[in-house]
Ligand binder design. Structure first.
Ligand SMILES: O=C([O-])C(=O)C[C@H](O)[C@@H](O)C(=O)[O-]
Ligand SMILES: [Mg+2]
Length: 429
């Protein structure tokens, strides 16, 4: 037995550039919450989740229920949390590209930190607790964004004149196909990515499809391409442009909103469809199978309730003929390490996983930023997650949180600072 003695919940704010998406614009800081669990025998485990004040408060409430629990009893821990907070409902996910449910985040935070501890006790990496290592390194995809010129944080919309290399390239604007190709070249040169995703839903589809065609021209047919308009297209729009990109895309991600609309597009196209918006929880699976709404589910351990739940999802995908890959959000190395352990344990990784990591410059782990080689990240050495908290960095990033005044992600509010009459739309084109 190894009993939970303390749970520290630290909200942090990390520098994030002005990236554009269907919901609006990234704020100069993205919020994350770092959770550290310490056991009665003094072993510490860590995790990272998207930060919102509401979830931080719920985590603090959960803390009282979890002190004294054995870190190995994850099912009991989950039952206790569900007993207190209830199951999330599909509606609580919200309509934004990201997920706003409470329980999945809380359990993910607790589970990953407990697995980190269990790994340390057993002297085994987390991947070995998920079924074992199927690969030593996990491939990631370049994740391109339309963006305004500028860096994030204190530079907000300004540029750091001393930046060099990718840090300088990352500051450039990307508002048309030529600038997107330039961004892709710089990102792939730095990280060695061999697949490319473009975050769409920003400009009218013609411009975004032209960006995909320009990427194909620049990188050739051997570099798989994806576009994700975050459900802003109508069914007819998705079919028209989907047909134009047939043979060019590896998959088309969430062109339209909802399982019914996705199923209608899927019937009309040969290109596989992927989602992190219409099939986003276990309760969505029956309808997904009934309708045939997508080919690939983009899992995310923060949104599906942890690493073991993501392994369960992988089994379901296998049973029902779905591919599985991974979604991301602005994040640091603790989340990346967890994603890599999960990616290494999955039976198959047919598609390079998403990561926002190249857009971030901060880090909260000892040793600084994690390394990519040929677009892949090696499973960290050492027991548990294999990464340790840098307490000075944590304190600094917590100060950022206190100073920046943000308490949740709101891309619409940020966008209105640039475009005052900006409106969120469920469907735009
Ligand atoms: O694949 C996705 O939908 C995402 O990566 C969602 C993110 O919230 C993305 O839109 C972002 O970072 O702006
Ligand atoms: Mg997506």
């Amino acid at each position: 037995m190894s009993l939970i003695r303390e749970i520290a919940i630290t909200p942090i704010a990390i520098v994030d550039p002005p990236l554009l998406n269907a919901a609006g614009l990234h704020a100069p800081y993205a919020l994350r919450t770092i959770v550290e669990i310490v056991t009665d025998d003094g072993i510490s485990g860590i995790s990272e989740i998207p930060g919102t004040r509401e979830i931080d408060l719920a985590l603090a409430e959960a803390r009282d229920l979890l002190i004294g629990k054995d870190v190995f009893q994850l099912s009991d821990i989950r039952r206790t949390l569900v007993g207190h907070f209830g199951h999330d409902t599909a509606a609580e996910r919200g309509v934004a590209p990201w997920d706003q449910r409470k329980m999945v985040h809380i359990f993910s935070a607790v589970e990953v930190a407990c697995l980190d501890i269990i790994g340390k006790i057993m002297n085994r990496p987390v991947v070995d607790l998920l079924g074992g290592r199927m690969r030593d390194e996990v491939p990631f995809s370049a994740y391109l964004f339309y963006k305004y010129e500028g860096a994030g944080g204190e530079w907000a919309f300004g540029t750091d004149p001393d930046a060099t290399g990718w840090a300088a390239a990352r500051q450039k604007s990307a508002l048309n196909p030529a600038e997107i190709v330039e961004q892709a070249r710089a990102m792939c040169a730095e990280f060695g990515f061999q697949s490319i995703k473009l975050k769409g839903g920003v400009f009218e589809p013609r411009q975004e499809v032209d960006a995909i065609l320009a990427l194909r021209e620049a990188f050739g047919p051997d570099v798989p391409l994806r576009i994700d308009p975050n459900a802003l297209w109508r069914v007819e729009t998705a079919i028209e442009y989907g047909k134009e990109m047939e043979g060019v895309l590896e998959y088309l991600e969430d062109p339209v909103r909802g399982q019914e609309n996705m199923a209608a597009v899927r019937k009309a196209l040969k290109t596989p469809l992927a989602t992190n918006m219409c099939t986003t929880s276990f309760e969505d699976i029956p309808r997904s199978i009934e309708l045939g709404s997508e080919d690939i589910i983009l899992s995310d351990h923060h949104f599906w309730g942890g690493l073991r739940a993501s392994m369960t999802l992988s089994g379901l995908c296998d049973t029902f003929g779905r591919g599985l890959s991974m979604h991301s959000n602005s994040h640091l190395g603790i989340s990346l390490a967890a994603m890599v352990h999960l990616g290494a344990a999955l039976p198959e990784v047919p598609y390079a996983l998403d990561t926002h990591y190249p857009w971030q410059s901060d880090e909260v782990i000892v040793g600084g930023r994690m390394k990519f080689e040929n677009g892949a990240v090696k499973v960290p050495d050492g027991p548990g997650l294999g990464v340790e908290l840098d307490r000075d960095a944590l304190a600094r990033l917590h100060q950022n949180y206190l100073k920046c005044g943000l308490t949740k992600r709101d891309d619409l509010v940020e966008m209105r600072k640039k475009v005052p009459d900006w409106e969120f739309m469920l469907t735009r084109w």
